[in-house]
Design a protein around this ligand. Structure first.
Ligand SMILES: Cc1cc2nc3c(=O)[nH]c(=O)nc-3n(C[C@H](O)[C@H](O)[C@H](O)COP(=O)(O)OP(=O)(O)OC[C@H]3O[C@@H](n4cnc5c(N)ncnc54)[C@H](O)[C@@H]3O)c2cc1C
Length: 384
């Protein structure tokens, strides 16, 4: 195989401008020098410290797409893709910035009142408040209709009882977009956790991977929140609000998946080039070249589709079905490619000190969360 990879790979057709590249440089420095060196300590702690959220806020890396009046930089979806790519490529899992900026903040921005936006979003953009979204319950995540957490109206308050599990950013969250049953069906609430009586969190959950990604259970025991916390002001809008916004979350999962597969391929080319077996570089075995040729082809196909979805999102045209296709397809390939890349590392691929082993562990969840890939196929299937 030729020793020289194409000079600009992965090729991108996204229209990045100078301003995007400036953000990329800041993000790269931040993830490489201020996050990656602490990965082990953060893995050990089960989460990244609050100080790194504040630092990300200080550097303008949080909630970049929010309007300036709410503390953002009036950026676009390309700014978000850059931040995800740089975080993945630096091998940094926690802090889970994209969930905060690209998933949670948009609920407030789209459905919150002006008062809620003015009060909550600047804090999120500065990293003073960390955001989470809580849908899944111990009894089920895929079928949200079986949700048992209940919000019951009493005068000018709602009283919440129930439990949520597997909540990313749960241990640190100051603002939780909470899905709960109300008289008119599922509704979303903005739950502000500081000094909230009756609210508690479990210990960090012991996960297969993503160790520095804080994931916990949340408990609500007669928690009282103001009636104004009901997102959108009317009960029963939860499903419609989730359906509208989940496409964005699935798009982001696709961006992560593509970055992860590209990084795995780059790592594997470098490793197999240096590793010798039977007197030759492992990269020079036809099997290695063929498997990497397949992987690179698959990654480029995934990137092409992901970029189409990014551009459609930017034009306001990305629908739930196409987002589901991207989430399903890209995460399946992420896992397949990373598994093949691990195989090409031999025994070292199973050693945690090698990035490919971590990518393998961290990537597995992508086929499950954000709506499992079986649910993605249900969404696609219903559109046939
Ligand atoms: C690390 C991590 C982070 C997470 N972060 C969050 C978060 O921040 N917020 C949050 O709300 N949730 C979060 N989740 C939860 C995640 O979204 C759920 O685990 C997921 O939606 C699946 O729900 P479940 O685990 O209850 O599985 P179940 O719903 O019990 O599903 C079990 C299996 O049955 C399959 N299945 C279910 N229904 C169907 C069907 N109709 N047809 C075919 N197959 C079906 C599923 O695909 C799965 O394979 C997280 C989970 C993990 C592990």
């Amino acid at each position: 195989m030729s020793k020289s990879a194409p000079s600009r790979w992965p090729a991108t057709s996204l229209p990045y401008g100078e301003e995007h590249e400036l953000l990329r440089a800041t993000a790269r420095r931040f993830f490489e020098t201020e996050c990656a060196p602490h990965r082990e300590a953060w893995d050990e702690a089960g989460m990244a410290p609050r100080s790194i959220w504040l630092r990300a806020g200080e550097l303008g890396l949080l909630c970049v797409r929010l309007p300036e009046e709410f503390g953002g930089a009036a950026g676009d979806i390309l700014h978000s893709t850059i931040l995800i790519e740089e975080q993945v490529k630096a091998g940094v899992v926690g802090p889970m910035l994209s969930l905060h900026s690209d998933v949670v903040a948009p609920y407030v921005a789209h459905y919150g009142s002006t008062e809620q936006k003015m009060r909550i979003l600047p804090r999120m953009a500065r990293g003073e408040w960390i955001g989470a979204i809580a849908m899944t319950e111990p009894g089920g995540g895929s079928d949200l209709r079986t949700m048992t957490t209940r919000a019951h109206r009493e005068g000018d308050q709602y009283v919440i009882n129930g439990a949520k599990t597997f909540i990313s950013n749960g241990a640190n969250a100051d603002l939780i977009v909470l899905a709960a049953q109300t008289d008119a069906g599922i509704s979303l609430f903005l739950v502000e956790t500081p000094r909230l009586a009756g609210f508690s969190r479990g210990a960090p959950l012991d996960k297969v991977g993503q160790w520095s990604g804080d994931t916990t259970e949340l408990f609500f025991d007669n928690v009282r929140i103001p009636a104004s916390a009901l997102l959108g002001g009317t009960e029963g809008l939860g499903f419609a609000q989730l359906s509208a916004r989940l496409a964005e979350e699935r798009l982001m999962t696709g961006v992560v998946a593509v970055a992860a597969m590209e990084q795995a391929i780059a790592d594997t080319i470098a490793y197999t080039r240096d590793r010798l077996a039977f007197g030759q570089s492992v990269l020079d075995f036809q099997n290695t070249r063929f498997r990497l040729a397949e992987a690179r082809t698959e990654a480029i196909v995934c990137r092409t589709f992901m970029e189409r979805c990014v551009l459609k999102f930017q034009r306001g045209e990305l629908d739930a079905v196409e987002a589901a296709m991207l989430k399903y397809w890209s995460t399946e390939h992420q896992n397949r490619i990373i598994d093949a890349c691990l195989q090409l590392h031999g025994g070292y691929g199973y050693m945690l000190e090698y990035p490919i082993a971590r990518a393998w562990l961290d990537g597995r969840i992508a086929k499950i969360y954000g709506g499992s890939n079986e649910i993605m196929k249900e969404i696609i299937g219903r559109s046939l």
